[in-house]
Design a protein around this ligand. Sequence first.
Ligand code: ADP
Length: 616
Amino acid sequence: MKVETLSRKRLRWLAALLALIVLAGASWLGHSHALARSFQELSLRGQNTLNLAESTIQGQLERFERLPELLADQRAIRSLLLAPRDPDLIMAANTYLRDVATLLGASDAYVMYRDGVTLAASNFDQPLSFVGGNFAFRPYFSDAMSGGRGRFYALGTTSNKRGYYFGAAIDVAGQRLGVMVIKIDVDDLERAWASEDLRIIVTDPEDIIFLSNRPDWLFHAFGALTPDRLARSQQTRRYANATLGEIDFQTRSDRAGFQLLSGHGRDAVASEYLVVQSWMPQADWTVQVLLPTRAARLQAAVFVALALLAAGSLALSGLILWQRRRQLALRLQMEKAAKDDLERRVIARTAELRDANAALQGEVAERRATEAQLRKTQTELVQAGKLAALGQMSAALSHEFNQPLGAARNYAENAQLLLAQDRRDEADEALARIVSMIDRLSRISHHLRNFARKPNQQLRNVVLADAVHEAQELLGWRLRKAGVMLDVDLGAPGLQVVAGPVRLQQVLVNLLSNAIDAVEGHDDRQLELRACADAGRVRVTLRDHGPGVPEALQPRIFDPFFSTKEVGKGLGLGLSISYNILRDFGGTLSVRNHPQGGAEFTLDLQAVAPQAEAAE
Ligand code: ADP
């Protein structure tokens, strides 16, 4: 893990370095390109200036090109050369030349004899007259003498002014007697080139500057003035007595082929010029336009800086965009992870729930089985309880049956006697009593059969008064035997409850039996059975005037086999069974002690709705 982070870090550094190298390379290329373009523009501008300068020079020279030959053919000149010492001829030539020079706008016009001595000149009347001067050393003279024409640029040895000399041989009668010379002023040329930023220079074959729109470089040469260069200039006395200087500049070509001229060291860039030049063959001059490169370099640098800035902002935007995308991707990834996790948890939870559900279903089934078992047991218990009650009742019941049976027997014997005595009316009366007693016995036996029967588990609508009446009938003998008064008031007649008729009757028998037990032997042996309907419920209360149920025992009396009665008298099942029967009816059974003494049991039962009753 750590190694991976390390190598990743190193990779990042490497990428950054590579990007830096690429950036540097691109900047360098961009700069070269921009510089080449700037130089191109500069060079174009220089070329225009150069063309202009060149054509100006060209025009000036061409104006005077043919004039010396023309003048050489003039009679005044030719005559003079035939008689070079004739003062009249000299004077005539002088005047002629002065007029011509003035007319043509030439600086000077003069005639040299074949030995180089000036015979006549346009400036004959000037303080620095050429007349008498020997200029045989000048190439324009020697060239004209040998080849018919000569051209030369020089600083005048007499006038000390820069001039261009046009020489033409004067041939008279087949003989070369001298040279006609016209000198023109070059100062005017320079004046036309006035410019602040660029330099226009004209150099001679020795690279010495003799024309310049700025005077500081005049008579200076680029590079060292070696002795042979100096000797060649000395020979022709081109620069007369002027001192020549050196300019410590170097020419070089840049990558794009532009020629650059610059000083050394720190000044190299500040003093750098782009050179545009052209050679003029007829004069053997080189016209050069020097344009400062500083602005062009600045332009290129600004271009690169702007490009870098643009690239930087582009990269920054890219970076921001990339980072945003990365963050988004990260968020999506996190969300996906969270979703996956949630899904996993949901699946796990679902599986758990499914298991729990299966377990629950198992439990429910188990509980159902237990409940069914319980119900069965309970039913059996109820039955057992009833049978037990029947067992208890059997002794008393035999008495109950014996008494009417004995009475019926007596009445039957009486009836026999009365019939024998033909006392029919009395005999009928005795027989009616027998029938009534038999009815009573069959009713009791009917109730007992009902009571002993296994109850139907279904619930139905039961008329409360019927159930009470049957219970009363079943226990009539006990009530009578114990001298207990049962006061029944069921309120509205025909009150119905949701119950099982046998089971409800069993509950009432249980409660009444307990109440009779409670009041037996007491002074106040009154029982009160009441019923009232309210809000869909029917409340039945049975109050006795016995000792009541001690508070501490109240929660326990509904437990099975709880009894305070002596062995043989109570099983402790009556209330427990009754409680469960009431619960099966959707009702409750509760006990409290009446404020005026005695216990009060309350049955809370579901009332039958009036329409249900109508449907019955
Ligand atoms: P058993 O009557 O066989 O004892 P029960 O379940 O019917 O069983 O009654 C449980 C106990 O509740 C009785 O033993 C008695 O102590 C008490 N009990 C029931 N009814 C009354 C009553 N009306 N007054 C006082 N105590 C009662």
